[in-house]
Design a protein around this ligand. Structure first.
Ligand SMILES: [Zn+2]
Length: 272
């Protein structure tokens, strides 16, 4: 995996949006919440690479390129993560069940690469930012939380608002996009970003592995709650919406913490 990052930005293409894992609205909202919680230092350092582009605009890049060459190989597996039956996700479990291709392993890789980012080109650092902005919210999305004893990918059909729909897709975008009728991610972030400082500190304790394990503990009790052929309507969406929104919100705070940790200590480059 060592050379992946150097290839990430070699291929730039404009592609139609194919959003999975929280869909466009959920991902944009999580990134917007994260942007609001960057430290001034991290924000300044990140903007050196993004030129001030809002993080939300990178939020679904990994999904947009997911099925295209060469990204489908480079980014393979990074959209989901696995936990054991106790909701733990040590390296051993990730290596054994996903060949080390999962969101947490990807975060470990980027953390290591960005530790010495002065040797990376700016475009490579930007590619890493785009991936991180997507990966952390993705591993909070219920159908992207896999277990060693149950795939939990929602790979079956249900009736959703009168249409046969894959259950995976409903968690990807159905719940968040239908729940409140809000279309604007900034308005959604205004609504969700209400944690107190203490609540944010509690939610962001630890790092990516602990955050994922917390998401897995929240998701696991729900894993058999919907079966093939079930009918899911507005009533069901209203029931699960607060749970989905909690995961989106916490993923935003955790994304901010990851970016603050990675970019909060960088000295600005001397101008030539
Ligand atoms: Zn994804």
């Amino acid at each position: 995996m060592k050379r992946i990052i150097f290839l990430l930005f070699t291929f730039v293409t404009l592609l139609p949006l194919n959003a999975f894992g929280w869909g466009r609205l959920g991902h944009y909202t999580a990134a917007e919440i994260a942007e609001r919680h960057l430290t001034p230092e991290a924000k300044r350092n990140i903007e050196r690479y993004t030129n001030g582009t809002p993080l939300a605009e990178y939020a679904v890049w990994m999904d947009v390129v997911a099925k295209t060459e060469p990204y489908k190989h480079l980014l393979r597996g990074w959209h989901a993560t696995i936990a054991d039956t106790r909701c733990k996700s040590p390296k051993k479990v990730r290596d054994e069940y996903r060949d080390g291709r999962d969101g947490i392993s990807a975060m470990e890789y980027f953390t290591e690469e960005l530790r010495n980012r002065e040797r990376l080109s700016d475009s490579v650092v930007l590619a890493a930012i785009k991936c991180i902005v997507h990966i952390i919210p993705d591993f909070h999305c219920p159908a992207h939380v896999r277990f060693t004893d149950y795939k939990n990918s929602g790979d079956f059909k249900v009736m959703f608002y009168g249409k046969k729909t894959k259950f995976h897709k409903i968690w990807d975008s159905g719940v968040i996009s239908r729940g409140r009728g809000i279309k604007d991610h900034k308005k959604y972030a205004d609504m969700l970003d209400t944690y107190s400082k203490r609540e944010i500190a509690r939610a962001t304790k630890g790092g990516p592995q602990q955050w994922f394990e917390d998401a897995a503990r929240k998701v696991r009790p729900t894993m058999y709650s919907v079966k093939a052929g079930d009918t899911l309507d507005e009533k069901w969406v209203k029931e699960v919406l607060p749970f989905g929104e909690q995961l989106v919100t916490e993923s935003g705070y955790r994304l901010a913490k990851a970016l603050n940790t990675l970019f909060g200590n960088e000295k600005p480059k001397k101008s030539k």
